[in-house]
Ligand binder design. Structure first.
Ligand code: GLU
Length: 490
């Protein structure tokens, strides 16, 4: 291991956002590609919005994506605890240090005074900011008032000048301190703020590189100033471009799903989700869009990340999903779709284990046709229905009924099928060719047999090759279905 240490610091306040997944992936790949460490720290400073459930979902989501962490919840590590709310003692020590060194001061302004100040500034069309009322309070008086229990916040004393952030993605970004408020480190309730604790924890955890979403760029000068006040070198920063919807606005619920869980539920394969996330602000060579995680880890560098917003293209995502499905080994595909078949009440894993070749054959026919796993239960439904009660879709039944002699054709075809079975000719290709010959010999058009037969066997107006359906169902099930159709389609 090198001294390279990166981290993600998710706030467990909701669903697992794709932006978080991408940030995690980029940090993880950076560490994995360079022998560094990847740390997961839960930033649950917002006690009212943080929930254990959300934290669990985040950990589960990252694991699902194949992202593992060297230190953090569940695995421990030398810098425990990895949950920010459990690190309050360490935070309090740092707050006292910054106050004692004069880089921070107590502000006793009441919320009412601050409200009035803001209202007055807004009325004058000025940007609301703290007027530094308490900045030059005599330290003795400040100590006395605090000792007497007067409510206060702790503010960082922003010096004059500017901060230069050498961002590994965005290049040099300058921040004029005139634009930065004396920001709050610790609230009246004693609760620390994000900008304060993130620095405390990143120092304690020896973080060398901070890669996070661009929305945090505005926070970076505040954090850099705090590192300076503590006599510490700031880590290297890289701010990842925003993920934009097709309307070029920040990706949000408005334009599509943003939660990892939504995409899992829809049945995007894991490999497709990871591949697609890699493309959100990074490219392999400008041409190759399909690659595996190993290639990403080997090739990823933070300096290759683009500055411009990454447009999240749902059509491309869907295409990538279908493409990934088509490239999956059949056994893997079967494992991946099992939860969807189970959720639809069609199978259980032991049922699959007992009939694995049959299930693989079932998948083979669908692999070319689906873009999402979730399409599968609807498509294979007929194979899991009772043979005498297949659901006939309206269009399928209408097609079947177009043919006057449907019952005769079905009965005659069943006889032929029985003979084929006796002769041991029940392979899909033999059946498909034989069926066509059967139709021609009788001087019929294909739909005269195929439409009633499709309705009888699947109840659907279209779908996979009929020969394939017959082999999947087997003679007995076909017999029951055809006999049922003869009476049902009268
Ligand atoms: N808790 C912050 C977030 O979820 C972390 C920001 C950071 O990485 O510094 O956005």
């Amino acid at each position: 291991m090198t001294d390279l240490r990166v981290r993600i610091a998710p706030s467990p306040t909701g669903t697992v956002h794709l932006g978080l997944c991408r940030t995690a992936l980029f940090n993880w790949a950076y560490a994995r590609g360079r022998g560094g460490a990847f740390i997961l720290r839960v930033e649950d400073t917002d006690r009212t919005r943080s929930t254990a459930e959300s934290e669990e979902k985040i950990l589960e989501g990252l694991r699902w994506l194949g992202i593992d962490w060297d230190e953090g919840p569940g695995v421990g590590g030398p810098h425990e605890p990895y949950r920010q709310s459990e690190r309050s003692d360490a935070h309090a020590l740092v707050a006292a240090e910054v106050l004692a060194s004069g880089h921070a001061y107590r502000c006793f302004c009441t919320p009412e005074r601050l409200d009035e100040l803001r209202a007055a500034q807004e009325a004058k069309k000025e940007t609301p900011r703290y007027d530094q009322h308490c900045r030059d309070l005599d330290p003795g008086e400040s100590d006395r008032r605090a000792a007497a229990g007067e409510a206060h916040v702790l503010r960082f004393r922003v010096p004059e000048g500017e901060t230069l952030v050498r961002d590994l993605v965005r290049g040099d970004v300058r921040f004029d301190h005139g634009e930065i408020d004396d920001w709050i480190m610790v609230r009246r309730t004693g609760a620390p703020t994000y900008n304060f604790v993130v620095v405390c924890d990143d120092i304690d955890m020896r973080i060398s590189h901070v890669f996070r979403g661009e929305e945090h760029l505005v926070n970076t000068p505040k954090q850099v100033l705090l590192y300076g006040a503590l006599g510490r070198e700031a880590p290297a920063f890289g701010h990842l471009p925003l993920m934009l919807g097709t309307d070029r606005k920040k990706l949000s619920k408005r334009t599509g799903d943003t939660a990892l869980g939504d995409y899992i539920a829809k049945g995007y394969p894991r490999e497709a989700i990871v591949n697609f996330l890699c493309l959100q602000g990074w490219a392999l060579d400008g041409e190759t869009e399909v690659f595996d995680t190993e290639t990403f880890v080997k090739s990823f560098d933070i300096t290759d990340v683009q500055k411009a917003g990454a447009v999240f293209d749902p059509k491309k995502f869907l295409w990538l999903s279908g493409d990934t499905i088509r490239r999956m080994p059949i056994g893997e595909l079967l494992t991946a779709v099992t939860p969807y078949l189970e959720a639809a009440g069609m199978v259980n894993p032991s049922g699959i284990a007992a009939q694995r070749p049959w299930f693989e054959q079932l998948m083979e026919g669908e692999q070319e046709r689906i873009e999402l796993f979730s399409e599968l239960p609807g498509r294979v439904r007929p194979f899991f229905e009772a043979d005498d009660a297949v659901t006939y879709e309206e269009a399928a039944e209408k097609n079947a009924r177009k043919h006057e002699a449907r019952a005769e054709h079905l009965s005659a075809f069943l006889e032929w099928l029985e003979e084929r079975s006796e002769a041991g000719e029940f392979e899909t290709s033999e059946l498909s060719a034989g069926m066509k010959a059967w139709v021609k010999e009788r001087g019929l058009k294909f739909p005269a047999l195929f439409q009633p037969l499709r309705c009888a066997l699947t109840g659907m107006p279209g779908g996979r090759d009929l020969g394939d359906c017959i082999t999947l169902l087997g003679l007995e099930r076909c017999r029951t279905r055809i006999q049922a159709a003869v009476s049902r389609l009268i």
